[in-house]
Design a protein around this ligand. Structure first.
Ligand code: ZN
Length: 389
């Protein structure tokens, strides 16, 4: 029941130096310069030349598949446990996305429960792209208040041709219901916003903040790296008290069409004086990723990949020279704080023992521990979903 990790460089995500870390059950019990326990009940892992980071927090994964914008044959598959664990993800938030017709919140909740039973921490958003919202109980406040996995609502789509074209009053109603549901249950009640490439950008969020008593911080807009113009507007939103999220799953054609690679976008954001605590990455895992040729014709369709979450942090460090303790915040402490996930996203005594052991030189993930349980060892999954080979 005790796991002792010896001699790693600890990034909590802030740099703590070389320490030993003790896990008791599912909790971090101690982080000290030296911890010595001699007992047959202690499993010791030598972490020489390795670092330990918090388990990664992915604020947007389509666990029951997403998209299908190219017809029925393009419906993307469900996520598997090892898609997450091999990517170092120990906490995630599930969302429906575009398709709330052939996929349901009930099905997604069951899938979230499956992932929780398998050992990661899976939370959910009520609703989908569309307003009026679909919910499980018939009421957003009730969903957040009474369903333990449900922490907020989204992705509500704005500035997008697929969105419900709502006005600020309708968005304010969604946000206030989420806020009250969150207050009653000790959750964030966060409103995840899918940003399209429409010209109105963040106008609706500003209108809600100006004309009602709901603060900008209630909203968590994602896909903000989809264009330079939206990224610039996102820098401004953060300066005014908002927070933004970048999507790490990408394709060559979307980058060619003006999407900003996350690592480069993070560098740009920091160079513009952006506050590192207000920017996060998420994978948009298992969303559909269509590829178009220069005539705009669909040439292929892929699936968003959870592994892109950490890849972009690695690229931020290796290609953009951003200090690792800053880059890590985008997928650990910052999303956990914005989502209101207590005991997640940090290496701290009393917090959940969700952590990754990573090679110092290659930055490859060697070992993944979720709630004190070893899920990945020597880069290989040792815990798998029921139907995974
Ligand atoms: Zn989206």
């Amino acid at each position: 029941m005790l796991l002792l990790l010896k001699g790693a460089d600890i990034y909590a995500p802030e740099k703590l130096g070389k320490k030993d870390l003790l896990i008791a059950g599912s909790t971090i019990a101690a982080i000290e310069d030296q911890i010595e326990i001699e007992s047959e009940h202690v499993q010791v892992i030598d972490c020489k030349n390795k670092m330990i980071t918090p388990g990664f927090v992915d604020s947007l994964v389509h666990i029951t598949g997403g998209g299908g914008e190219g017809g029925y044959t393009t419906r993307t598959p469900e996520v598997q446990l090892t898609d997450l664990t091999l990517s170092g993800i120990t906490s995630l938030v599930a969302a429906l996305g575009t398709d709330s017709v052939t996929r349901s919140l009930e099905g997604m909740l069951a899938k979230a429960k499956e992932l929780n039973e398998l050992g990661v921490s899976c939370f959910t958003y009520s609703g989908s792209y569309h307003v009026p919202l679909k919910t499980i109980t018939g009421c957003l406040q009730k969903d957040i208040c009474l369903i333990s996995e449900c922490i907020g609502v989204g992705e509500v789509a704005i500035a997008d041709h697929r969105a419900s074209q709502i006005d600020y009053r309708q968005l304010a109603k969604v946000a206030s219901d989420a806020r009250v549901g969150g207050m009653l249950s000790g959750k964030s009640g966060i409103v995840s916003i899918h940003m399209g490439d429409g010209k109105t950008q963040f106008d609706l969020l500003y209108q809600v903040a100006e004309k009602t008593d709901i603060p900008l911080s209630q909203f968590y807009p994602t896909h903000v790296n989809r264009s330079q113009s939206l990224l610039d507007a996102g820098v401004e939103l953060c300066a005014k008290g908002g927070a933004i999220d970048f999507t790490t799953s990408s394709t060559e054609s979307s980058i060619r069409d003006g999407e900003i690679k996350c690592s480069k976008g993070l560098k740009y954001f920091l160079d513009k004086g952006g506050n590192i605590e207000r920017i996060t990455f998420s994978s948009d895992g298992h969303a559909s990723l269509p590829e178009f040729n220069s005539n705009g014709e669909l040439t292929s369709i892929n699936v968003g990949y959870e592994s892109s979450l950490y890849s972009e942090v690695k690229d931020s460090v290796k290609q953009e020279n951003i200090p690792i303790e800053l880059a890590l915040q985008t997928i650990t402490s910052s999303p956990a704080r914005i989502l209101g996930l207590l005991n997640k996203g940090r290496l701290k005594v009393g917090f959940d023992a969700d952590l990754n052991i990573i090679e110092n030189s290659s930055m490859d993930i060697n070992c993944v521990i979720s709630q004190g349980r070893i899920m990945v060892s020597d880069g290989k999954a040792i815990v798998k979903g029921t139907f995974e080979l």
